[in-house]
Design a protein around this ligand. Sequence first.
Ligand code: MIG
Length: 664
Amino acid sequence: MIKKFKFGTPFETDAVVKSIPLESSSLPYFETDTTEGLKFTLPLSKEDAVYGLGESVRGINKRGYIYRSFCSDDPNQTEGTHSLYGAHNFIVISTKDKTFGVFFDCPSTVTFDIAFTYYDKLVISSDNTNMYVYIIDGDSIYDIIREFRIAIGMSYIPPMWAFGYTQSRWSYADRDSVRNVVKGYRDLDIPLDAVYLDIDYMERYKDFTVDEKAFGDLKVFADEMKAENIRLVPIIDAGVKIEEGYDVYEEGIKNNYFCTDKDGKPFEACVWPGMTHFPDFLNPEARLWFGEKYKILTDMGIEGFWNDMNEPAIFYSQKSVDNALKLIKEYAKEDTLTLQGFEDIKNYFGSRQNCDEDYSSIYHNTPQGKYCHKDVHNLFGYNMTRSAAAGLLKADPDKRFLLFSRASYIGMHRYSGIWTGDNFSWWSHILTELKVLPGLNMCGFLYVGADLGGFGYDCSRDLLLRWLSLGIFTPLMRNHAACATRNQECYQFEKPEDFKHIIDLRYRLIPYLYSEYMKAAKNGEMMFKPLAFEYPDDLVAKCTEDQLIVGNEIMIAPVYTQNALGRYVYLPEDMTAVRMQGGELTFTDMKKGHHFVEIPENEVVFFIRSDKAIPLCNPAKCVEELDLNTLELIGNGKEYVLYTDDGFAKDYDNPENLKTLKKQ
Ligand code: MIG
């Protein structure tokens, strides 16, 4: 049961697609305070848990911290961070006597103070007095989530090749660099399905252009790669370079498709291309226009994209530069810079990222009137990606494209996946990724993954092995690294066969992962489930935040500490441990309870639940070459319901896609 409550005059975000009548009664459960902005308070007793918030730091149970939903360009995914790239205002509150969900549909900052300021209170507040609040009741956490997911619409479904292993780096500078990556993998027989093109494939960072000196005719090169079953996946940035003669810039100016400043002049800020304007993705006409540009690249044979810098990220605005110069001139009147002057200048430059002053100077021309960016900030990346999805749908209505975005809001899950943005080559970030997965799924984001191996800093061989051992279970499986970091492709490390065995296992699991993904998408379920949801009456399971149920049949318990020879694993029921060792699988039945499981860094162990079975295929060098007709069932169960389709067409509801596989 989902109920809709209205405060003020909310901006229509289109997060919810189901039509739900407005309630006239007051908001249940919470104490509502409207004296200053909006504030909703709920008492929490000690054992109550709060789940959700999609892309956010810290635990699966979000208790004990302040989170701020404000799409931010911030790679510091640490315990001290309050906001990440996505803004996902859905939580489930689980108390002794009742469990319910609540979604705050508000496009500007919402603060979730979850038993932080007051140990026994949940306080949700916003300066914005205009929002819809949805209350979702149900018999179980899963019922509540399903109800919410029906209201926000079905999750995006990628093409099947996007379940393959993919390689990225900022940047592969030219054709030969990409060819070398493919050769590196193919020579060692390590599977690979795609290579990403980061910003340097463009001509001077101009969207929808290609640096032909480095990449030649991209269509020819995309065909060459396609012949090897490799897809090229270019990046698209939100900012459009200001350059006379550049058609995207000129069309945008001519038709008033860019965001403006207060006076209606296009807002100017510096990002990778230098000075840019931002397409006004909240203006439906501008959205349509920008989205249609993706066809320039699909016409060259491109079948996937990643949308970046769409919080939007701003290095500095024109106004900031003007202010900075003023500040410096002011201090330059003195002969020497005082400490205060030094600090002022440093702080001014240091505070340009995710900067309130800039976001307060941007305006959108929306069907609901002129809006200051600050009030609709969290909708920008969502609508950039919605624009891309609409363009791709128009370019080829019957085809699935790979699409994922950095910034997001609930609603965007219908159009694309997300990657969790910049992270670091830190051991703690393996666990960070594991913990973020259930929350993302709750909010409808199913096609998800983190930069495997870590984006910033240098990655060690053991870190990559361990991270891949989690990454083989995430739908988006991409190894990505920042410029000036150590090479991170698997073939760059010693004993590459260790990497091959792990990635081979991923390909063997694709029939299972794809089936579970499709079931989750079609039925509003989660693919990554906390043990707390699956075993609500088991105290230990409730507290276990470093293991997950993946789909309905398996449990994972990855190693996330360096030099560990194994780890403690809690089995909430009897399970079969599946061990991949040197590419071979062995099976051990294990009893419910605590175990220390030895897991060398080149092995993977996962667990099949009692009376369940999962399908495995043979590995292949790419998804296209997987033989999905020859499947073996493993585990103690007798059957498995497999979902298959051709991996491209959109006939998701064809009953023939579901087959019950039975053990011989
Ligand atoms: O300011 O395009 O998160 O994946 O490699 C950095 C370069 C811009 C940020 C993305 C990252 C990408 C990088 N981009």
